[in-house]
Design a protein. Structure first.
Length: 276
């Protein structure tokens, strides 16, 4: 009987160890980072949450989430674009409430009705749909865009509010969209695998009565493996109130982010990804 009890305790510990809100990306979902190396601690906020974004029992990307600002710091994924329908359902992250909740992203309705979570409790842990209603000049901007994925499940997985920031409407539909849909296609020609990290720099303004931060800048970095002897990289950054995107080297982007975050030298990729 004691042996059976010990087995049950061990099994529960293992289950918790594989939860979606994790202790580190290196041990839980390192596959979304070049050489399994996430960005360094210079991007970490005061109240971080490391999320291996799980939908239908599969990991699709990784997000470092800022619990205080209620926006993602960055989302990291492998670039695999393809045609397909744009999902319409928005999801939230149950384990930001607590580890007893489901490991996979869910609809707000499911948490409220099936798991008896109050809207107040859900809203304390993260942004909710109501936060993004009645926006003026802003809309829901994906860090990891659904168009960078080639099957419906992976596209649905990007429709979690933990992957969303309040983004300038013109930028989101204009220069940023051009980068996502055109520049990335050109730049990734010949790439065997492209690792992407897209992030947001917290700003001084908020939506939803101060609940959700409006980023001052959005940025994106890519590390493309052409073959064993050739790796290339680049970055972009955009102010979140102008419809323009600046193309940079990876080194220039890291230096710019080092100034903007002010927490030490930023490193986005393993050292083998070229900075020039």
């Amino acid at each position: 009987m004691l042996g059976l009890l010990l087995l049950q305790v061990l099994a529960s510990c293992l289950w918790l160890g594989h939860s979606e809100v994790v202790k580190s990306f290196e041990t839980s979902c390192p596959q979304f980072f070049f050489r399994e190396t996430p960005p360094n601690e210079a991007l970490e906020p005061q109240k971080p949450a490391w999320i291996c974004q799980r939908y239908k029992n599969q990991y699709y990307f990784a997000t470092l989430y800022d619990r205080k600002m209620r926006i993602p710091v960055y989302s990291a994924y492998i670039y695999q674009p393809g045609p397909g329908k744009r999902p319409k359902t928005w999801l939230v992250e149950p384990q930001l409430i607590g580890s007893a909740y489901p490991k996979t992203m869910e609809k707000e309705w499911t948490l409220l009705n099936r798991y008896n979570v109050s809207l107040e409790k859900l809203s304390q842990s993260q942004a909710i749909l109501h936060d993004y209603k009645n926006l003026t000049g802003l809309n829901r901007g994906h860090l990891n865009p659904n168009g960078h994925h080639n099957d419906y499940s992976s596209r649905i997985a990007t429709f979690t509010l933990t992957n969303i920031v309040p983004q300038d409407e013109k930028l989101n539909g204009g220069a940023w969209n051009n980068y996502e849909q055109q520049t990335m296609i050109r730049r990734t020609q010949g790439c065997r695998t492209t690792y992407a990290i897209v992030g947001a720099v917290p700003g001084n303004n908020y939506i939803a009565k101060g609940r959700v931060n409006k980023p001052s800048h959005l940025w994106s970095a890519a590390c493309c493996v052409v073959d064993n002897n050739y790796i290339k990289a680049w970055g972009v950054i955009a102010e979140n109130d102008k419809n323009q995107v600046e193309l940079l080297t990876l080194g220039e982007l890291e230096d710019t982010l080092t100034e903007l975050y002010g927490r030490g030298q930023v490193s986005l990729f393993d050292g083998d990804c070229p900075r020039e």
